[in-house]
Each structure stands twice: as structure tokens, then as C-alpha cells.
Design a protein around this ligand. Structure first.
Ligand SMILES: [Zn+2]
Ligand SMILES: [Zn+2]
Length: 308
């Protein structure tokens, strides 16, 4: 429930606040277009550590799979096929991670609750809109303020430190892909670990790896633990996200048991709206819509503090 501080006037179904396209066209001033062209990055210490840790764990898994299990294998095609599959999954997972982290999740422009903007909405008498007291923006329906991003985020699901960003309207697809590819890579690594243990126990430990037997065992046990942990976490998250998308309900809305005031897009309609268009292989592609953006080391005067 919004506090009295949020309440201005109601424009829940106002075209400038409900539709994505209409909003963008309304906020297409040169300054905002310039801001949209910059890379989105949240400067949060905890989030940056978690994001780097995620990358290091994937690199560790790739190292063990490639150098401990596959390269010493005598079966050439077993090594090639599994090497290609695991590395493809790792690259897709890390690309999805980068896209989730560096994509604006649907931030509402800061401080747009100006007199001119209110007038441009052409509100009818008695209509109510919500203003965020923290970032002084007109809060669209289903937007929530994130204290880490310091912004109101459209269809905010949750803030995930592992991707150092909010999961919202514009980056949910990449987050779902990230959890899916990590879960698949974890299963693959666990299967390879199991086969490696069997091969080592049946044969000679000194011959099944280029590393000494104690080092090999430690590396494999760490990979198994990492695989189990990652698989459990990402599989649960993937299931929760798909459930949310099919019910057109964010995690925040579910926790708050908010009654939907919006028209729900259920199942395939929900999936289409998040993944973009009818079902196709493009849904699995984390590179869709990628374009190079300017990277600025320092935000210019007046630019949002989260941009680099
Ligand atoms: Zn806010
Ligand atoms: Zn956030």
C-alpha cells in the first residue's frame, strides 16, 4: 500500500505511465536519450563482490572440467563434445549475467515529478498519481523503489546481488536465461564429475588426471559441491521466475499479496511479453538486442550516479 507521501493523483491507467512505448516516447528528450545510451552499472560494493565471485566460480568450474577431466581423457570425441557443450553453456551463462547486470531494469527517470511534467500528463480532476518521496519521480503502476539502485524500477521483481542489479521489466529475460544456463552447466559438470570418479576408481588414479591424486580429488569435490549449490539455487530461481512470468506477478507483488489492478497476461502471453515475440530460438539468445554503448568513466554533471 502506498503511504500518504506517495499519493498525489491517480493515473494508474494513464497512457503515459502504463505503456512502455508511450512512456519512452514521452521521455525522449535529448538528455534522457543520452542517459539511455550509457551503460547501466550499479556501484554497490556487496553486489560487485558477488558478481565477481560468480564469474570466478564459473571460471573455476571451466578450469576443472577442461584441464582436470577432459584434456587428460584418452577418448578424443568424449573430450571434444563435452568440452564444446560445457564451454558453450558457460559462455551463454556469463553473457546472460553481463546483460542482466548492465541492462537498465526499467528505471523511472529521477526527479521527473516536475510541474511541467505533471501538466503534460493532462490529468483529469480527481485523478491520483503516486510520487516516490525518495527519488522524486512519478511512480508508474507496478514500479517499486529499490534502496540499492536508489531508483524506482518498473515491474521490479527483486534486487539480486549476484547480478548486482534489480530484476525488472527490461532485464528479466536475461536473468531467467542466466539461471537456466547455470543450472544446465551445473548438471553437466556433476555428470562429468561422476563419470570421472568412476573412471578413476576403476583405473589408476595417477593416470586419470594430469594432477596428483589428492589434488584431483580435492578439485573434483569442490566442483561437485559448487555444482550442487549452484544447481539448487538457480533451478529454484528459474522455476520461481517462470511461475511469476506465467502469472504476470512479480516477487514483490506476490509477497505483498497485491490484488492485480492491471490486466494480467497469463502463461504464453506473459512469456511472450518477457521474452519478446512468439516462441523461437531467439528466446534462448542472450545477445538479442545487444548494441555497443558509450562507456563513461565518470558521470557528467547532473547525470545519474549509477551510470558509468
Ligand atoms: Zn523511487
Ligand atoms: Zn535494485
Amino acid at each position: 500500500m502506498p503511504s500518504s507521501g506517495h499519493r498525489l493523483r491517480d493515473v494508474e491507467h494513464h497512457p503515459l505511465l502504463t505503456g512502455d512505448d508511450s512512456y519512452d516516447s514521452a521521455a525522449s528528450s535529448p538528455a534522457e536519450a543520452d542517459a539511455a545510451d550509457r551503460v547501466w552499472f550499479i556501484r554497490d560494493g556487496c553486489g560487485m563482490i558477488c558478481a565477481v565471485l560468480t564469474w570466478l566460480l564459473v571460471v573455476y568450474a571451466d578450469f576443472v572440467v577442461t584441464f582436470v577431466m577432459l584434456l587428460p581423457s584418452k577418448d578424443f570425441w568424449y573430450s571434444v563434445v563435452n568440452g564444446v557443450v560445457f564451454n558453450c553453456l558457460a559462455v551463454l551463462a556469463l553473457s546472460s549475467h553481463l546483460r542482466t547486470m548492465l541492462t537498465d531494469p526499467g528505471a523511472v527517470p529521477k526527479g521527473n515529478a516536475t510541474k511541467e511534467y505533471m501538466e503534460s500528463l493532462q490529468l483529469k480532476p480527481g485523478e491520483v498519481i503516486y510520487k516516490c518521496p525518495k527519488c522524486c519521480c512519478v511512480k508508474p503502476e507496478r514500479a517499486h523503489h529499490c534502496s540499492i539502485c536508489k531508483r524506482c524500477i518498473r515491474k521490479m521483481d527483486h534486487h539480486c546481488p549476484w547480478v548486482n542489479n534489480c530484476v525488472g521489466e527490461k532485464n528479466q529475460k536475461f536473468f531467467v536465461l542466466f539461471t537456466m544456463y547455470i543450472a544446465l552447466a551445473s548438471v553437466h559438470a556433476l555428470v562429468l564429475c561422476g563419470l570421472q570418479f568412476i573412471a578413476c576408481v576403476r583405473g589408476q588414479w595417477t593416470e586419470c588426471s594430469d594432477f596428483s591424486p589428492p589434488v584431483t580429488v580435492i578439485l573434483l569435490i569442490f566442483l561437485c559441491l559448487e555444482g550442487l549449490l549452484f544447481f539448487t539455487f538457480t533451478a529454484v530461481m528459474f522455476g520461481t521466475q517462470i511461475h511469476s512470468i506465467c502469472n504476470d506477478e512479480t516477487e514483490i507483488e506476490r509477497l505483498k499479496s497485491e490484488k492485480p489492478t492491471w490486466e494480467r497476461r497469463l502463461r504464453w502471453e506473459g512469456m511472450k511479453s518477457v521474452f519478446g515475440g512468439p516462441p523461437s530460438l531467439l528466446w534462448m539468445n542472450p545477445f538479442v538486442g545487444f548494441r555497443f554503448r558509450r562507456l563513461q568513466t565518470r558521470p557528467r554533471k547532473g547525470a545519474p550516479e549509477f551510470s558509468v
